[in-house]
Write a protein that binds this ligand. Structure first.
Ligand SMILES: [Zn+2]
Length: 411
């Protein structure tokens, strides 16, 4: 789900809460007069605005909710939500103005003050005012130390500025207030932050510090593979080649799915030490254990080519192709080898036969809600039960990957 949609849902939930009368006391003394706040909720503009919001039509929702707010201009929550909607529409300046105005109101409760500040922090963040956003979230936390939204946003701001130590402290605070079900995720994030601290130490040449951070990261979450890679790098820099090899081999065992990641490092190390057979053995073990794992075959093939054994390499790549006909890297390696061998007819014929027998893109349909994959188009998802949620997966040209990634996920 994209963050815009999440926000709209949160805003909608807030308004529904208001509609249920939970968050809003019924009467309020306004400039010497009792105002019946139910009138806003009973206003057709409020209900119609709510419907537009649920339908994701922000412009129309704003129009109606503005109308509703004229009934009770003092309604803090409604003005706060309107400010958020302006921000969602891209009018950050207007959102800031709205929320700053609310802060000027006398007799704000502590919770109201914190909520408005949080909205203002989100405005600043959207507008790219990093310092002011940081300040706003920090202020929220003085008023409400357990505010998860403020902590989460503060952590992201600190991460964006590579303030890993600060981000780590913020995540630790978040972990103490998070529900038990979210603890594991917090540990994983802490492990990645430990890894980032280690990378920083490694770049500064503080090798012992770096190693400690990487070890701590693995202790926090043994599945965080980059920590194994970096710990090996640090050990190698300290002259401990055996230690580096040991930790990289451990990474292969911990996460066979990602085992190809340390392979390049292991190859370089073992070849340098004259123990290339050790590397070959690791690759063969991986390939036997997981026949679909084509990257281990490709790594071994690369190694065999460098050892002057192109025919054996080609056999491996043919094997990889049978399991993964969609992997363009395999086709490229095969053609490069076939060219080196001067296109021997029987091998070219075998390549054509393998590709002809392969079923390409066996599961091209993906549920846009839960990513469930299916070979044929389904009208209801068997996993998340959403209707009409399948799209045919599109393969993006490599040159467009960057622009696609910056514009969000591709359906
Ligand atoms: Zn689904």
């Amino acid at each position: 789900m994209d963050s815009g949609l999440v926000l709209i849902l949160v805003i909608t939930a807030l308004l529904l809460g208001l509609a249920a009368g939970k968050a809003w006391e019924r009467y309020k003394l306004m400039e010497g007069q009792w105002v019946d706040r139910r009138r806003v909720r009973q206003s057709p503009h409020f209900i119609v605005g709510l419907n537009y919001l649920v339908a994701g039509r922000i412009d129309l929702a704003i129009e109606e909710l503005e109308q509703a707010s004229t009934i009770d201009p003092g309604a803090l929550e409604l003005r706060m939500v309107l400010g958020n909607l302006y921000r969602e529409r891209g009018q950050v300046g207007r959102a800031i103005q709205e929320h700053q105005g609310l802060l000027q109101r006398p007799r704000l409760s502590r919770a109201e003050h914190a909520n408005v500040l949080l909205c203002l922090g989100l405005d600043y963040r959207r507008g790219g005012f990093v310092d002011r956003a940081t300040e706003a979230f920090t202020e929220v936390l003085k008023l409400a130390p357990d505010n998860e939204a403020a902590l989460g946003n503060l952590e992201k701001l600190q991460e964006e500025q590579h303030q890993w130590q600060e981000a780590y402290a913020t995540r630790q605070r978040l972990a103490t207030v998070a529900k038990p079900a979210e603890q594991a995720r917090s540990r994983t994030i802490l492990a990645f932050l430990e890894h980032a601290l280690g990378v920083q130490a490694l770049a500064d040449g503080r090798l012992a510090d770096a190693s400690r951070h990487f070890t701590d990261a693995i202790d926090l979450d043994p599945t965080v593979i980059p920590a194994y890679l970096s710990l090996g790098d640090a050990r190698l820099k300290q002259g401990d080649a055996a230690g580096a090899a040991a930790i990289w081999e451990k990474a292969v065992n911990v996460s066979p799915d990602r085992a190809y990641l340390p392979l390049e490092r292991l190859e370089a190390l073992y070849v340098r030490e004259g123990r290339a057979d050790r590397f070959t053995a690791i690759c063969e073990r991986l390939t036997t254990a997981a026949p679909r794992e084509w990257r281990a075959r490709a790594a071994l093939a690369r190694h065999l080519v460098s050892q002057g054994q192109p025919t054996r390499a080609l056999e491996l790549l043919f094997g990889a192709l049978e399991h993964n006909p969609h992997a363009l890297a395999i086709h490229q390696s095969i053609w490069s080898l076939l060219s080196t061998l001067d296109l021997p007819r029987p091998l070219v014929a075998r390549y054509i036969e393998i590709t002809r027998q392969s079923v390409f893109y066996l599961d091209p349909h993906v549920c846009t809600r839960c990513r469930y994959r299916s070979t044929e188009l389904l009208w209801q998802c068997p996993q998340c039960h959403e209707w009409n949620s399948f799209v045919e997966e599109r393969i993006t040209p490599a040159s467009d990957i960057e622009s696609e990634m910056s514009s969000g996920p591709v359906a």
